[in-house]
Design a protein around this ligand. Structure first.
Ligand code: ATP
Length: 308
């Protein structure tokens, strides 16, 4: 688990936060005791399956809803105050666009609501929508509309940008274009927090991944570390005569997540498959060795199950 030292200048401080909804089936804890510190300039992905609590957590960071318990501060102040000051912007999944306006009219209209804002042309260029500036919103694809929402979010030149599944519903090309745009912008040192279902998206763009499941943080660390855990491989091999302690001995190898024995065959899931393969061949007299990658879905399941 990553532990970031809290300072007055953190981008986001979530301390012991829970959010409970009242549903017809009774109370539901959508967020169930989350502690999370996000430093300025970090690019962080909140990764989790449907219903994990990502949107609820981001809504609280944006001051759209308040925690049932715990506290959230954003850029050293209350979320709503930071949003009102133009220090925080969001790109949400839906809503907020007038279909009959053109792209440029939309950006100009929203710009007029700010006392101070970035240059409209600059924002259009940075969101890569200059070439469609005169197109009506109703004629824009889902990906183009998301880039427009991104342009609007850039207008106040926020310190913190929050994106809730910004590529939901986009095809692979549109998704790649969106993240290319984001990557350029993030290089300017802005803090970016985004929610996604896709490990690949988190992997390609975030420096840090926070995995959530059932309202709790189940893994938190640098992307490379989470990737290594999440994309671990399975090394399987035949053991001539497995000894009683073979499972225990394999489990103590570094990075080993799981060991199973089936007849004379052993399967070891591990982050460092090369090291396991070497140990199996040299120390365990293994033969008929195979290395396979698990699917990302399996990996996510393993991480969420393992940590809960
Ligand atoms: N206003 C609400 N009233 C009742 N239940 C809610 C409300 N908002 C969210 N929930 C429930 O809280 C849980 C967490 O939902 P949330 O939308 O935060 O998850 P998520 O991780 O963002 O999921 P998704 O990826 O599908 O958007 C879900 O079980 C959801 O049904």
């Amino acid at each position: 688990m990553t532990t970031t030292t809290r300072t007055a200048t953190d981008a986001v401080d979530v301390i012991g936060v829970a959010k409970q909804f009242h549903t017809k089936d009774g109370p539901l804890r959508a967020v169930d005791g989350v502690d999370l510190t996000i430093g300025r300039g970090e690019i962080l992905a909140l990764l989790g399956p449907n219903g994990a609590g990502k949107t609820t957590l981001l809504d609280m960071v944006l001051g759209l809803t308040t925690p049932t318990s715990g506290t959230i501060s954003v850029l050293g102040t209350e979320p709503r105050r930071a949003v009102r000051a133009g220090q925080v912007s969001a790109v949400l999944q839906t809503g907020g666009l007038l279909r009959d306006l053109t792209v440029a009219e939309t950006v100009r209209m929203i710009a007029s609501t700010y006392d101070r804002h970035a240059e409209v042309d600059d924002v259009l260029r940075r969101a890569r929508i200059q070439s469609i500036a005169s197109r009506k919103v109703s004629k824009c694809s889902g990906g183009e509309q998301q880039r427009l929402r991104f342009a609007l979010a850039l207008l106040p030149d926020p310190d913190l940008l929050v994106l809730d599944e910004p590529t939901a519903g986009m095809d692979v090309t549109a998704r790649r274009e969106f993240w290319d745009t984001m990557r350029e912008d993030a290089a300017r040192g802005r803090t970016v927090v985004f929610a996604t279902h896709y490990l690949q998206e988190a992997d390609a763009f975030a420096q840090r991944i926070v995995m959530v499941s059932a309202g709790r943080v189940v893994a938190d660390g640098p992307t490379a570390q989470i990737r290594a855990r999440a994309t671990g491989r399975t090394v399987s091999a035949r053991l001539g005569s497995p000894t009683a302690d073979v499972r225990h001995r394999l489990r103590t190898l570094p990075g080993v997540q799981d060991v199973s024995l089936d007849g004379g065959r052993v399967a070891v899931r591990a982050a460092d498959s090369d090291a396991v393969a070497l140990a199996l061949l040299t120390d365990f007299g293994a033969t008929d060795l195979e290395i396979t990658s698990g699917s990302l879905d399996q990996a996510f399941q393993a991480l969420t199950e393992g940590a809960s």
